[in-house]
Design a protein around this ligand. Structure first.
Ligand code: DGY
Length: 326
């Protein structure tokens, strides 16, 4: 019997997949930014024992129904809302993600986005680059303070706690809302658990890090934005679909909130004509939460090891449906 077959849906650094190549025959979509077309993905899945996927690949029932040999799907992300985990579990396919290795990097980016939005960093940089800086002015590009303000974190998992840790360095009051209490964050970081509505009303910075699930889809509605302080800055570094983007646009238009920093959008990538981009007080990023060289390499290596482990019959390091392996 030949080696198992693994398909990687994007071009990833060769040196990160050595553990995988030891146990499998590996093929890779050759482009780094262009996604694999659906028909090719389906053809590859039909032959594959393992799939190394991106958060932009839809791994649904249709794909799995046509993939009789598939044993493992490993996603290059901590989020796995692009994968139908229930169907995978029913079919005894292991699903893996990349928690932990990206926690600090994603928290850094989230906090950077908060700071960039509050202090108008992107706007100010463009101002200089566009040759508009002619004089110093008392209120030139004046932003809003971060230190000693209140941050409200929706989704106090690993990344949420790492953002809270950064907030302690800015002497911020930390509120959080989560499915369950995070006693460690309460004890070690002084975070206070509050209801969703209380967090929304009291926070100067509302930071969404909740995973996208049926419960969190469209969590941030027009009603949510009207409950926020008029000066509040909304940061989203989880998934775009947790937000009603039309409501967010209206909230910015009607000055119901002070600004938004967005690393994620409902449909990605967005074009330059996306309605949220017309606001000066919006900082928009192309979903780069975990994108540092060190972390993306570590994520690729973890995905490779996870697939190799499953194909060798052992447990992966990080799986979201461990019940499949008993
Ligand atoms: C993830 O891993 O889910 C992040 O969104 C990547 O930036």
């Amino acid at each position: 019997m030949g080696k198992p077959y693994v398909y990687i849906t994007r071009n990833v650094p060769k040196e990160t997949i050595t553990s995988l190549e030891e146990v499998a025959e590996v093929a890779m979509w050759p482009h780094e930014e262009e996604p694999v077309p659906r028909n090719i993905l389906l053809q590859e899945a039909e032959k594959a024992d393992g799939l190394f996927t991106m958060l932009s690949d839809k791994v649904d029932k249709e794909l799995m129904d046509g993939a009789p040999h598939l044993k493992v799907i490993a996603n290059l992300a901590v989020g796995f809302d692009n994968i139908d985990v229930q169907t995978a579990t029913d079919k005894k396919i292991v699903v893996c993600n990349t928690p932990d290795v990206l926690t600090d990097t994603t928290a850094d980016l989230t906090f950077a986005l908060l700071m960039a939005t509050a202090r108008r960093i992107v706007e100010a940089s463009d101002y200089v680059k566009d040759g508009k800086w002619k004089n110093w002015g008392p209120l030139l590009l004046a932003g809003t303070d971060i230190h000693h303000k209140t941050i409200g974190i929706v989704g106090m998992g690993r990344i949420g706690a790492a953002v809270a840790k950064r907030a302690t360095g800015f002497d911020m009051e930390i509120l959080y809302h989560n499915r369950s209490r995070n006693e460690k964050a309460e004890k070690e970081l002084g975070a206070t658990y509050v209801s969703f509505d209380e967090l929304i009303k009291r926070s100067d910075f509302v930071v969404c890090l909740a995973p996208l699930t049926k419960e969190t889809e469209n969590l941030f509605t027009w009603a949510t934005f009207t409950l926020m302080k008029k000066s509040a800055i909304f940061i989203n570094a989880s998934r775009g679909a947790v937000v009603d983007e039309v409501a967010l646009e209206r909230a910015l238009e009607e000055k119901e909130i002070g600004g938004a920093g967005l690393d994620v959008f409902r449909v990605e990538p967005i074009s330059a004509t996306h309605p949220l981009l017309r606001f000066k007080n919006v900082v928009a990023l192309p979903h780069i939460g975990s994108s540092s060289m060190e972390t993306r390499y570590a994520m690729c290596e973890l995905v490779s090891r996870n697939i190799a482990n499953v194909l060798l019959g052992s447990k992966p390091e990080t799986s979201v449906n461990p019940e499949v392996l008993g």
